[in-house]
Ligand binder design. Structure first.
Ligand code: URA
Length: 479
């Protein structure tokens, strides 16, 4: 029996090194016991994992896809994860297609673990609320979080880039992550029995950590006066903000949850016309997309803004990408372009609640300009990376009609650059019997130089939606 003792619960490199040498030397998974230093019975602890493997030779490579899966799954709290992943490494030597076998029990287990880890990371990103616990030069922000899995070290860089201008600490029972404006550091966790209540956060902070930071290293002076404000709007309830301000306590939120939206998404019985037994469920897709890292846009966005509407919708509307308001609310088309869309849909006789609305790209792309986040057009690699979600939404909904609003949406819907004016105003065939319509993006109306141009373009947009309304009427009659 080989006893492998990893340095920590997140010691991916130690696990990888051990797994590679074990597999190369044909050590059966059943002959390996994996533990984490401190958890193993003392008599079993060899001097170090590295020492054990010095005598074993050879190298063994696995695909980048497996490494990505293992890097996430290893953060799961289940103690069996190291063994499951090693079993996969061992089996991958003779079964190169194993990763594509979704019904393989080991693959299913590892994938489920990776998904649970991504969900937990997203929950941490969306729910952490920092509280200012110092004043003057020693100001500091702290938050308490209880992760389900070992995600703190892996998720800390998100907060470092999101809240780069302020020193913060995220305290958890596992480990604590700290940012001094310069680097992330990790210290041991706070025991559960010491878990801080709101009022004890400051006390805990002072007891454990005050003094370990060098405020001089924090370069951004503006944090003293301005830092909380840009983030107040991220809080779920404005009334809470007022109370917090009144209390002269400042909280900072990294995102808001999407509570309450579920009732709006309930399918309408009258529209039911198709079996979706083999199709994916939109809610499951939404959950999965919440931790999408297919392109770098997730790094600065608050959250994935997935599509919204009934899964039985006959019409899918596709926009470009969420804007500032959508990014904060987690819902598509709730800002100025959304108001324009609502108005035009209503005038054309299309009920927004009956259509499914989504975007070609599901993270907000922007550049910060002072307090404003300036929208940036997504590029082709970003549109391509995100297209999997549109394809899966379409497969789940199976609409009769897809309406692409603007050039980015048209590129997503047709899978290639598609000029708007040339294709506008008539139904176009897509695969699987789906029809497509192309029109301008609602924000195009807002960008028109004068009132006349705005009125003219708005009328054309309404005309395009009328084609969709006719389509809706015809398919309702046919149902
Ligand atoms: N513009 C879009 O394309 N989508 C939104 O969700 C909002 C603005």
């Amino acid at each position: 029996m080989h006893f492998i003792i990893l340095d920590s619960n997140t010691d991916f490199n130690g696990w990888r090194k051990a797994a590679r040498v074990l597999a190369q030397n044909d050590v059966e998974p059943s002959d390996v016991t994996w533990t984490v230093r401190g958890d193993a019975p003392p008599l079993l602890e060899p001097p170090s994992a590295a020492h054990v493997f010095q005598s074993l030779e050879g190298s063994f490579n696995v695909s980048a896809k497996f490494v990505e899966l293992a890097q996430s799954a290893i953060l799961h709290r289940d103690a069996k994860r190291f063994a499951i992943l090693y079993r996969l490494v061992w089996r991958l030597r003779g079964h190169h297609d194993l990763l594509n076998a979704a019904d393989d029990p080991d693959i299913a287990l590892a994938t489920a673990m990776a998904k649970a880890v991504h969900r937990d990371q997203h929950k941490m990103q969306a729910s952490i609320r920092f509280r200012e616990i110092g004043r003057e030069q020693h100001t500091h922000f702290a938050a308490w979080f209880e992760p389900e899995h070992h995600i703190v070290e892996a998720t800390a860089p998100f907060f470092a880039s999101r809240f780069a201008d302020m020193p913060w600490s995220i305290l958890t029972p596992d480990v604590c992550a700290h940012w001094d404006g310069h680097a992330v550091s990790i210290t041991s966790g706070i025991p559960n029995e010491e878990a801080p209540t709101e009022t004890r956060l400051e006390e805990i902070w002072r007891h454990h950590y005050a003094g370990i930071f060098n405020a001089a290293r924090l370069k951004v002076k503006a944090t003293q006066t301005e830092k909380p404000k840009p983030y107040w709007r991220n809080l779920p309830d404005a009334s809470i903000i007022k109370t917090l301000i009144a209390d002269t306590e400042c909280w900072i939120g990294s995102g808001i949850t999407n509570a309450g939206a579920a009732s709006e998404r309930r399918p309408e019985a009258s529209m039911k016309r198709k079996s979706s037994s083999s199709a994916e469920n939109i809610e499951t897709l939404r959950e999965e997309a919440a931790s999408c890292h297919a392109c770098p846009l997730y790094k600065n966005a608050t959250q994935t803004v997935f599509g919204e509407g009934p899964q039985t919708a006959q019409i899918v509307l596709v926009g470009e990408q969420p804007g500032d308001k959508e990014d904060l609310a987690g819902k598509p088309f709730v800002g100025p372009a959304g108001l324009m869309l609502d108005r035009a849909l209503q005038q054309a006789g299309v009920d927004r609640k009956k259509v499914y609305i989504t975007n070609a790209v599901k993270h907000f792309k922007f550049v910060p300009r002072g307090k404003i986040r300036l929208h940036q057009k997504p590029n082709t690699p970003e549109i391509k990376a995100c297209r999997q979600w549109y394809e899966r939404e379409l497969a789940a909904i199976k609409p009769g009609l897809v309406m692409a609003m603007g050039a980015t949406a048209a590129q997503c819907v047709f899978g290639k650059l598609t000029p708007i004016n040339k294709n506008r105003g008539h139904l176009i065939d897509l695969p699987d019997g789906i029809k497509a319509l192309v029109t301008v993006h609602p924000s195009f109306i807002l960008r028109q130089p004068d009132e006349d141009a705005r009125a003219r373009e708005y009328a054309r947009l309404v005309d395009d939606f009328r084609i969709a309304a006719d389509f809706l009427k015809k398919s309702a009659r046919a149902a």
